[in-house]
Write a protein of this length. Sequence first.
Length: 434
Amino acid sequence: MARKMKDSGIEWIGEIPEGWEIRKIKNNFMIYAGATPKSEKAEYWDGGIPWITPADFKTTDKYVSYGRKSLTALGYDSCGSTLVPAGSIIFSKRAPVGSVVIAKNTLCTNQGCLACIPNDAVNSTYFYYCMSIFTEQFELVSAGTTFKEIAASTFASFLLPCPPLSQQNEIVNFLDKESSRIDSMLSKTRSSIEEYKKLKQAVITQAVTKGVRGEREMKDSGVEWIGEIPKKWNRCKLNSICTFINGDRSKNYPSSEDFQDIGIPFIGADSLNGFFVDTYSARHISPAKYASMGGLKITQGDILYTLRGSTIGKNAIANFNDGTIASSLVGIRVKSPFLASSSFLFYWLNSLNEFVQRDLCINGSTAPNLSAENVAQFFIYIPDITEQHEIADYLDAKCAEIDRLIAKKEQLVKELESYKKSLIYEVVTGKREV
């Protein structure tokens, strides 16, 4: 027989079982803000006390043990952070709002986190599951312009469903098992996606290094990681077949006030998501602003390449005229269509050949950064233009096949994540009995 339900009085929670309560977080937890010692004091850092920031976790981790930095006893005593025990919930109050994990051991946090120590009538893992699915609601009660932040008092008064402890324990046992099963499927699917991406790069590398014409006379490239290449291919530097044009870096570079919903595309790395540049995700500037800027004026066929940051090396072809780029990008333009094909060069720039040369150029830097001059010096083995087109056509078809497989796996990831979130919601609000 279905259990009796009652209205929770909260729209995004809906009905809950009779016998359950809606309680403020502060009624179940002691809540502590974190702090940061002075960074210039070396004696405060690299000690034995784990110190957690929002950058050290995401909700999918479930547990956190150690952060990228740790404190000495002096550092801890200097800053006013609080040591919290294992089982405490660590909540990210900003950048981003709403990430949540459980402390696996005693630790402290910076001011970007709120640490919640449960009282004796609470299973903190139940509330971890609860908080993990209400990220949107936490964001709605956050404030800020540069970045959103939820006030400690707002978080403390946030309402969550609270079943009796025995039912909290039953829910946790059920969700631990189900989440583990779903997470295993997600892990395998994500691993499969990465394998397909590696396969795609291998197919590209083989084609742009050996060609697609089958057996033919080869010669030693003289480069260990390239091996043999077709005899008639020639070695050259990229700057012998392409020009490199930076984005504007003058006083006319657009500020946040210059961006608008429609106008001339202003392309950043987040628009380089496939073979062609994605102008729908780009910001835009006015024609007048565009006219005032120097640097690259995009021409159809230009390859836009990322010079720095976490997406260094990311690139795509512009299939439009008129537009410009962020200062972190460079435009690569073929000097003559009789010398080189933009499509062939795009594939080469997504091969292992480019990756190795880029990696050698960066040389292990923690802040990867290239200049246009660096990329211009990359060397390439290049066939005649007819064979370049053959290789590009071959890779268009092969990569499309692999991309379809990747898309199916990515859709499965979305469906599994959605199912997991829906399952947690139904269980922690009592709509599904376990």
